[in-house]
Write a protein that binds this ligand. Sequence first.
Ligand code: NAD
Length: 510
Amino acid sequence: MNAKLSPTDVHASEIISRNPATLEELARFPVSSSTEVNAAVARARAAQPHWAALSYRNRARYILKARRALYDRQNEIIQMLSDETGKPNFEALSTEVFPTCDLMSHFAAKTETILRDEKFSLAVFRNKRSMITYEPLGVVAVITPWNFPFALSMGEVVMALMAGNAVVLKPSEYTPLVGDFIRRLFACAGFPDGVLEVVQGDAETGAALVDASVDKIFFTGSVRTGKRIAESAAKRLLPVVLELGGKDPMIVCADAPFERTVRGAVWGAFANCGQICASVERLYVDEKIADRFIPAVVEEVKRLRLGAPDANFSTDMGPLVNENQLNIVTEQIADAVAKGASVLTGGRRREDLGGYFFEPTVLVDVTNDMKVMNEETFGPVLPIKIFKDEDEAIREANRTNYGLLASVWTGDNEHGRRLARRIEAGTVIINDAVYTNGVAQTPWFGVKESGLGTTHGKAGMYEFVRMKHINWDMFPMKTNIWWFPYTATWYGRFKTIMKMLYRWGLRKIA
Ligand code: NAD
């Protein structure tokens, strides 16, 4: 078998999907040209007004039909996710299919409430009232990565549809089968033609979609691509939501619940073979417990079963998705070791297993000049550093350009919340890792270079609509005091009003 072979070979006209555990070919898809991308956007544009004209309740009915179809075909998509990404079946269910069913239920039930009109009267202009309404954007582009090809695509698609938009989805070139499953799922749930279009291809197809006549771009992927997309979009002042990479810190305080923290660190670092934007990528442990904690983590890591996913649950961790990821992991470990890091377990590619397997690796004696402490690894590597006091831990946690997720592990939630306030991240979880991306109710977003805009939660739903402000008079009078003609009398009255409101303080109670 050719070890240089990429799981997905992109040719001019087709993408080939491969199983990263075996490097076997799974399927071929024709690449959508820019003409086809534009045609897909045009079909979506034509379908959108009819879709938007449906009530929330009717749109929810469609989404629930798709949920039912997903429930019925869950084994098909679980197997497909395992085949195309190498993740264990258990993770395909627990981190992709289950959270998607929950997200579909949540937004089918809640969108109408989140987006209902808001009316209010104005504090000073008592005669006036205002109303905020939320309208669909039109056609939105959704561009997604390979690490959670189902959950991340479905999340944006379902939220967009519930808000009344039509969608053009471009899944990753490494997971075209999953992208095609999504297309078929909505078709078999009876969605009107054009409401969801799926185009297949790599960066070129993605770029063609960014340049097409869409109303907003929802991108999940690397910082590098995110910046490129933002640059292209800026030329047209096209709004974007960017969900990007992370270098997420885990802070383990001396009073952390020991066993849970050890197991949480190992799951947080090695689930999905470490290929999660919110993976634990740096662990900081209090020196008071480091001597006990680090060996316990190493023992737990040694128990992980590496291998191709199968239906008998005989593995916990699959392969990396492609050769590029393998090279990044190998290079970061070599750089760390050259600069003085020690490998406590792992550290090697496992060619004997066939695909892109790499041992789960724990590093200590790491320093801040190492790539593994600064750049996203996106692989099965857990560097551990010891801290003396919590100020040092916070300084370390905040020192990268990323700010997606962080976790704090302590026996005292109040203490955890105090530390959480000092950490620069979109989300800080106390005594858990990663999982809130799978909760539809909670917002998901990054600060610093980890992203722009929000998905999930109420705030995420507002990204899929255009706000409109409507304002009116309850009792229209002949004129307003600030209209023509400008006279000394009205100037004096204006001054009196100023005095009443802001000198005497009536505005406070107004
Ligand atoms: P990537 O940026 O290489 O590709 C993501 C998608 O963008 C793919 O569909 C790709 O074909 C497309 N694309 C590539 N170049 C493009 C261009 N110039 N214009 C338009 N589209 C283009 O990322 P990846 O390797 O697929 O995914 C891994 C990255 O995604 C990691 O950095 C990870 O942290 C990040 N990620 C972030 C989140 C989050 O929620 N913040 C979630 C999952 C993954």
